[in-house]
Design a protein around this ligand. Structure first.
Ligand code: EPZ
Length: 417
C-alpha cells in the first residue's frame, strides 16, 4: 500500500488549480441515468469515488469514458437496476444512484450502505421520501428493494433534517415522476444547485434549488446535455489550511468565492488575509495563526462539516485555545488521535473538540481514518518538524485529485512511495 511522506516546515508559494467538486459530480453522474443520449460533464475530478461511480454506471449498462477531466455518459442501453454489494460498499454515497435508477427503471435494488468512518450512515430519510413518491420498499438478506410498478408520482415531502443526499435523491426521483413534488426543509448546498442546473439543462423543471423549498414538476423523460462541475469548496479549504499552517501566501485558481464565505471568515479570524478576484483567491497567512472563537459546523450556508478536520489541523499550531463543535455527524473526530501523534493537544468530548495550540508539531507515522481526516494529517505534517509517513492514503484519493503533485508544485517536500 502506498504512503505519503512529508518533510515538514517548508513555506508554500505559487498557484494551485482547484478541481471540480466531488460532492457535485457524484449526483451528476447519477442524474445521467435519467437521460437519453450522451451527456458530457467537464471539470470532472479524477478521484477513486468518481471511478467507483463510473463502474456503477457501466454495471447498469451505460457507456462511460473519462478523459482529461471530461466524462461522457450514454445511458440509452440501461438494462439493470441493481447496484451490486461490492460497488455499494465501496462507496457509501452510491445510495445517490437510487432515485435516478428508480425514476428510470421503475425499480431498484441496493444493499444497505452500512456505516462509514463517520459513524452510522442511515438512509431512513431517503427511504421514507421515496415511499411518499410511490415506491414500495422491502428488505431481505441485506438488500433493499424498491418497486414502483405504476411509476413514481409527485408528493409533498418534509425532511426532518436537511439531508444533502436525501434532497438529491428526491430531486432525481421526482424529475420524471407524474405531477409536482415539493421538498420542504431541503438542503441548500451549492451541489444541490449544480444538480438542478444539470437536470434543467436536460429538460427537467426544478425550481428553488439553494433554498429550503424545492419544487419539481415531473418531465416526460430527459434528454442529454453538456455541463461543467462547480469547483470543490472543501478542496479549496484544504489548500487554504495548508497555506495557513505553514505561514504561506498562495493563490487558488478556479474557485467559487460565493461558496466559501463561512470558510473564509474562520481563516480571517485566525489572522489570514484573503483576497478574492473572480475565480481566484489569494490567502496570506501570518507567521503563526491565532485561536478562533467557537466554530460550529452546520448545514449550508453555515460552516461545512467537511472543512472541520482541515481547520482543526491548522488550529493545532495556533496561539491559544480554539473549540470546534461538530453538529452533523456522530463520529467525525476519529482522526484526532492520529493528529495527537504529531504533538497536537486536542481534547474531544462528544461532539466538541478543544484544541490547545502548540508552538511546534513533530513528525510521527500516522494513518488516515477517513477522507477529510486524512487530509487533516497532510495539513499538520506540512508544518511538523521532521518526516511524517502517512498510511491508508486510499481515503485521501477518494476526494483529492493528485494532492501530492499539487502540494509539491506549491513547494512542499512531499512524495508518494
Ligand atoms: C453529503 O453526505 C456529503 N457527501 C458529505 O461529504 C457531507 O459531509 C454531507 O453531505 C453533509 O454536508 C456527498 O455529497 C457524497 P447528509 P450525506 O445526508 O448526503 C444523517 C465528504 O467528506 N442522515 O446531509 O450522506 C446522517 O447520518 C463527505 O466529502 C440521517 O439520519 O450527508 C448525518 O448525521 C463526508 N438519515 C447527517 O444526516 C438519512 O436518511 C448528514 O447527512 C440521511 C442522513
Amino acid at each position: 500500500m502506498s504512503k505519503i511522506v512529508i518533510n515538514g516546515g517548508k513555506r508554500l508559494f505559487g498557484e494551485v488549480k482547484i478541481h471540480g467538486a466531488k460532492n457535485s459530480v457524484l449526483p451528476l453522474l447519477a442524474a445521467t441515468v435519467l437521460c437519453r443520449g450522451t451527456s458530457i460533464i467537464h471539470n470532472c475530478p479524477e478521484l477513486s469515488d468518481v471511478n467507483a461511480s463510473i463502474n456503477i454506471l457501466r454495471h447498469l449498462g451505460c457507456e462511460c469514458t473519462l478523459k482529461n477531466n471530461t466524462i461522457t455518459v450514454n445511458s440509452n442501453a440501461i438494462q439493470c437496476s441493481q447496484i451490486p454489494d461490492s460497488l455499494m460498499l465501496k462507496m457509501r454515497s452510491s445510495v445517490i444512484f437510487l432515485g435516478a435508477i428508480l425514476g428510470r427503471c421503475g425499480n431498484a435494488v441496493i444493499s444497505s450502505p452500512g456505516g462509514c468512518e463517520l459513524g452510522p450512515r442511515p438512509i431512513d430519510l431517503h427511504i421514507s421520501a421515496l415511499m411518499r413518491l410511490g415506491a414500495q420498499v422491502s428488505e431481505c438478506h441485506g438488500l433493499i428493494k424498491f418497486n414502483a410498478p405504476q411509476g413514481l408520482h409527485g408528493a409533498q415531502i418534509h425532511l426532518s433534517f436537511a439531508s444533502v443526499g436525501a434532497t438529491e435523491n428526491i430531486i432525481l426521483a421526482a424529475a420524471t415522476a407524474r405531477g409536482v413534488t415539493v421538498i420542504h426543509n431541503a438542503a441548500k448546498e451549492p451541489e444541490i444547485c449544480d444538480l438542478a442546473a444539470f437536470l434543467n439543462a436536460c429538460g427537467a423543471c426544478v425550481y428553488g434549488a439553494g433554498t429550503d423549498t424545492v419544487t419539481i414538476y415531473g418531465a416526460d423523460g430527459l434528454k442529454c446535455c453538456t455541463h461543467t462541475v462547480i469547483p470543490d469548496r472543501i478542496a479549496a479549504a484544504s489548500y487554504m489550511a495548508a497555506a495557513a499552517i505553514t505561514g504561506s501566501e498562495i493563490t487558488l485558481k478556479n474557485v467559487a468565492p460565493a461558496h466559501l464565505t463561512a470558510i473564509n471568515s474562520v481563516f480571517e479570524e485566525a489572522g489570514c488575509k484573503i483576497k478574492c478576484n473572480g475565480k481566484g483567491l489569494t490567502i496570506k497567512a501570518p507567521q503563526r495563526l491565532s485561536r478562533v472563537s467557537t466554530v460550529r459546523t452546520a448545514i449550508y450556508p453555515g460552516f461545512p462539516t467537511d472543512a472541520g478536520p482541515l481547520v482543526l489541523a491548522m488550529l493545532s499550531k495556533a496561539y491559544g485555545t480554539s473549540v470546534i463543535v461538530e453538529n452533523i455527524f456522530e463520529n467525525r473526530f476519529r482522526y484526532v488521535d492520529e493528529l495527537k501523534r504529531l504533538g497536537a493537544h486536542i481534547k474531544v468530548e462528544g461532539k466538541v473538540a478543544i484544541i490547545e495550540g502548540v508552538s511546534t508539531l513533530s513528525a510521527a507515522p500516522c494513518k488516515c481514518t477517513d477522507l477529510r481526516g486524512g487530509a487533516a494529517l497532510v495539513v499538520a505534517a506540512l508544518a511538523a518538524e521532521g518526516t511524517t509517513i502517512i498510511s491508508d492514503i486510499h481515503h485521501i484519493k477518494r476526494g483529492y485529485e493528485s494532492i501530492v503533485s499539487r502540494l509539491s508544485l506549491l513547494g512542499a517536500d512531499i512524495k508518494e512511495v
